[in-house]
Design a protein around this ligand. Structure first.
Ligand SMILES: [Fe+2]
Length: 245
């Protein structure tokens, strides 16, 4: 009854210039993201409504919490892709990557690397949200020596990484690409993450933007964010590499 009177806003396609979302958790039941195909399809419909044309899905690879295997994830991705096509969603699934947590369980992956890559050469990695892990830089260097381009997921979300601190600058100097979450720009992860995200973009340190969509709550937040003129202007002012994927 009340919904009749509730003002409903249509999402706006403010992410059209980005073209490709390269960070989300929409392979069902493999991590803390989508729980079923229907939820993934609903999220993809929202991604389409806010302007995305292509999506690369990046499930968590984190030992032992999400003990995913690359071949199994690829199979599940292909199944989802089939269902998304059948549902007629106006968005294309163009690839399967991973979000690899660099922690104590990461080192063995370097011995026999099977990383699911984004755009044929990038590997998306994340750090712990709570504490800095010793030896991260060495592991990233090792990946780079093996020929991978490394993208760090949402650097604005690590409270121990200060925009003005040396460590962030070192990562940039080391050739690490940065991916910021679009939802950070609307304060979804708090004011500090928002300020760090804006500052990093203004400094030209961010090469990729990702939605990090996990479920319909994130999709709703994206839809709300699509009406934010400030965010729209900020994205218009800067160039990103999403379209190259
Ligand atoms: Fe993520």
């Amino acid at each position: 009854m009340f919904s009749l009177f509730k003002k409903k806003y249509e999402p706006r396609p403010i992410f059209a210039a980005l073209g490709t979302d390269m960070h989300c958790h929409l392979v069902p039941k493999v991590d803390d993201g989508s729980k079923c195909d229907e939820e993934s399809i609903e999220c993809l419909q929202t991604l389409s409504a806010v302007g995305y044309k292509r999506v690369i899905i990046t499930p968590h690879f984190q030992h032992p919490r999400f003990p995913n295997q690359e071949d199994d994830i690829t199979r599940r991705y292909e199944d989802l892709k089939k269902h998304v096509n059948e549902a007629g969603v106006d968005i294309e699934l163009v690839g399967i990557g991973g979000e690899y947590r660099i922690d104590s369980g990461f080192a063995p992956r370097l011995e026999n690397p099977r990383f699911l890559q984004i755009g044929g050469k990038y590997v998306l990695v994340e750090f712990s949200l709570h504490q800095q892990m010793m030896g991260c830089d060495e592991m990233i260097f090792d990946m780079q020596m093996k020929g991978y381009e490394v993208i760090l997921a949402h650097p604005e979300r690590y409270p121990y990484l200060n925009v003005n601190g040396l460590r962030m600058e070192q990562l940039k100097n080391q050739g690490v690409f940065f991916q910021t979450n679009v939802l950070s720009l609307g304060g979804f992860y708090g004011e500090e993450a928002k300020h760090r995200a804006v500052e990093m973009i203004e400094r030209g340190w961010v090469e990729f933007m990702g939605t990090d969509t996990h479920n319909t709550m994130y999709a709703q937040a994206l839809s709300d964010l699509s009406r934010n003129k400030k965010v729209e202007k900020l994205l218009e002012k800067h160039q990103f590499l999403n379209n190259t994927l």
